[in-house]
Write a protein that binds this ligand. Structure first.
Ligand code: GLA
Ligand code: ZN
Length: 646
């Protein structure tokens, strides 16, 4: 059974509502409730004065209804008294000013005061609820991002981080190439966070990459600090933190090391894009989350109503979307889907980000669909099943950061490079894991490694030996460009990978939004953003440009290497291009593919305990009809069907 749950804020509601809420949850089939991630001022209204009475009653109430509780550490929202008395707990902006205490998330992860008061409140919580069997898991903070705090403490720690990594200013100057434009450091005090209104793009890219790495380390240290603290009192605690794909993303792989489960806040778009080439499927996000620990994961917040507040409201979830998108998450490895939120707020900054029950307090269409989801999820026998895949797509936090620091051309986005291949693979009915480039490659037949921009020698070696031993590697444009310090490598691209690809880049053309064309398998495809003009050195050509000054030159190649092969994709196409390319790559590697699935129909399989559940999801706002497994399927918009085989 996959567990369906809700996010609930007892501190926002009159206590007289709790009992009826809990009762309705129990009747509806809610199995889990998450609480208290923003409730610090209610738990410690004054310094050292605690009030757990209300939380005791809420925990007791849900426990009495047989509903499991995920309790959160409330460190996202330190109370205003704390910031006032201990201002080091506040982040400092690039202006050098402390951040205004607007809504939430103002804390500096490195602040000694924040650490001290967090430790006390977390100890109180774990000592009080650690032995309560109803509390089955702990969430650390909420949606942690690698914020760029420029406070004195962070400045000192940044210097210390660089000192430990490089040893001396001379090594830093060498690694950063600081002699360009007289940026050489002659004293540690000259190393500062990127303060001021100076555009970030004008800073030294090596320095910026280290600054981002440091900010990522700060959030990881904060997570580890909390996880260790929770385990001191509850050694067997199940610990998570809810992640999202934010502007300053943490390094998910490192962040999750001290955690037991990855959880994700999943808000698929409620209005499908008009552009048929838009990559809107959240299957990508879900496969990325599963790949962090290469284990099943949880959804901690799931679409429930019209999103809004941080922008004008967008469309309400259409019929079947609430259920369909929750089941899509389960299909791709979620064991628990917690919906944000039980009811819409009536006060506070987020009253128009809607929950399952509107402000009217009258359950309606969305709620009844959610109730149906609870019944269907309960009936699904997913226990002991997992998603397994022959194909892995590699993701690198360093490359993502480096490409944010230096965008390559209009329309070129790292995530889109990954999403395009992912879309090509899933359009063929195959499962795909998105994993860290440092993860173990054994067990896969195909490794797709788009834009290996920052070169990690150990990953290069492992890709060579993967191909040597019979695997298929796929590399693309902007690979081998940079070293670990974010400096360019002086060698024909793809530099470290050239032997593997059997070709080099003779010239490249960053064409941005403009279009070029290639011919592959007798068909012409439009490409954009980037055109590598390739010079084969042993590789065979599988697509060539049909226009521009490099008309006739190779754009995509394949090279035999050891017992395996390596594809090089020098340009960026649209959905059909990746479907065609992936069909060739996967069938050449001996993998099963289905070429006639309707667009945006997603198959995935969970296997284990002698059974296999095949999930078939129509991620379209129109009905589709097709044949699969010798059966006719007709799926309504956003409908999920399952087939169990033993
Ligand atoms: C995030 C946060 C929630 C809420 C939702 C909706 O996922 O974790 O607290 O703000 O976004 O905006
Ligand atoms: Zn700070």
């Amino acid at each position: 059974m996959a567990k369906i749950g809700v996010d609930y804020y007892p501190e926002h509601w009159d206590e007289s509502l709790w009992e009826q809420d809990a009762e309705l949850m129990a009747q509806t089939g809610v199995k889990v409730v998450r609480m208290a991630e923003f409730a610090w001022s209610r738990l410690e209204p004054k310094e050292g004065v605690f009030d757990f009475g209300w939380l005791d009653r809420a925990v007791e109430l849900f426990a009495s209804k047989g509903i499991e509780i995920i309790l959160c550490t409330p460190t996202n929202c330190p109370p205003l008294w704390l910031y006032e008395k201990y201002p080091d707990a506040l982040q400092t902006e690039r202006s050098g000013q402390p951040i205004a205490t607007g809504i939430r998330g103002h804390r500096c992860y490195n602040s000694p005061s924040l650490r001290k008061f967090s430790e006390r409140i977390i100890r109180r919580l774990t000592e009080r609820y650690g032995s309560n069997p109803a509390v089955t898991a702990w969430q650390i903070d909420n949606e942690l991002d690698a914020v760029h705090c420029c406070c004195p403490e962070c400045t000192e720690r940044f210097r210390k981080y660089l000192k430990e990594k490089y040893g001396s200013l001379e090594s830093i100057n060498k690694a950063f190439g600081s002699n360009v434009w007289s940026g050489e450091y002659s004293a540690w005090t000259q190393i500062k966070p990127p303060l001021g209104s100076y555009p970030l793009g004008w800073y030294n890219p090596s320095y910026m990459l280290e600054w981002h790495r440091f900010c990522q380390k700060s959030v990881n240290d904060f997570v580890r600090f909390q996880a260790e603290l929770i385990r001191e009192t509850i050694p067997e605690a199940v610990i998570t933190t809810n992640t999202w794909l934010c502007e300053n993303a943490p390094d998910f792989y490192k962040m999750s090391e001290p955690l037991d489960v990855v959880s994700y806040d999943n808000y698929p778009p409620t209005r499908l894009p008009d552009d048929p080439d838009a990559l809107y499927s959240h299957a990508f996000h879900l496969d990325l989350m599963r790949g962090i620990k290469r284990k099943n994961f949880w959804i901690m917040e799931q679409l429930s109503g019209a999103p809004g507040c941080w922008m004008p409201m967008t469309a309400a979830p259409k019929p079947e979307m609430i259920k369909g998108y929750a089941l899509q998450a389960i299909a791709r490895g979620a064991d628990s889907v917690v919906h944000f939120r039980w009811r819409s707020a009536v006060s506070g900054a987020e009253m128009f980000w809607h929950g399952l029950i509107d402000q009217s307090n009258v359950p309606s269409r969305r709620f009844y669909e959610f109730a149906q989801l609870c019944r269907e999820a309960e009936a699904l026998d997913t226990d002991g099943t997992e998603v397994s895949s022959d194909i892995a797509l590699l993701y690198s936090p360093d490359t993502e950061t480096a490409l944010k620091i230096q965008p390559q051309t209009d329309g070129f986005h790292y995530y889109n490079q990954l999403k395009s291949f992912h879309d090509g693979i899933i359009s063929l009915g195959a499962n795909c894991d998105i994993i860290s480039q440092s993860a173990d490659f054994s067990g896969y037949s195909v490794i797709i490694a788009p834009t290996m921009f920052i070169t990690d020698e150990s990953v290069v070696k492992r890709l060579y030996s993967f191909a040597e031993n019979g695997g298929t590697v796929v590399l693309t444009n902007r690979s081998g460009v940079k070293d670990q310090y974010n400096n360019c490598i002086m060698a024909p691209l793809p530099a470290a990978y050239s032997e593997l690809t059997g070709c080099t880049v003779q010239e490249f053309d960053p064409i941005g939004w403009d279009a070029a064309h290639v011919e592959m398998n007798g068909r012409e495809y439009e490409v954009s953003c980037w055109c590598d003009v390739l010079k084969p050195d042993g590789a065979a050509v599988i697509a060539s440009y049909t226009d521009r000054f490099y008309k006739g030159s190779p754009a995509v190649t394949v090279n035999s290497f050891g017992r395996g092969k390596c594809y090089y994709v020098g340009t960026i196409g649209k959905r059909d291009f990746y479907k065609e390319l992936c069909a060739r790559i996967l069938s050449d590697a001996g993998l099963d593919i289905i070429t006639d699935l309707p667009r945006n129909v997603e198959l995935s399989a969970r296997k284990g305990g002698g059974k296999e559940i095949i999930f078939i999801f129509n991620n379209n706002d129109k009905e589709v009809e097709f044949s699969y497994l010798n059966k006719k399927f007709r799926l309504k918009p956003f409908e999920m069907k399952t087939v169990t085989q033993s």
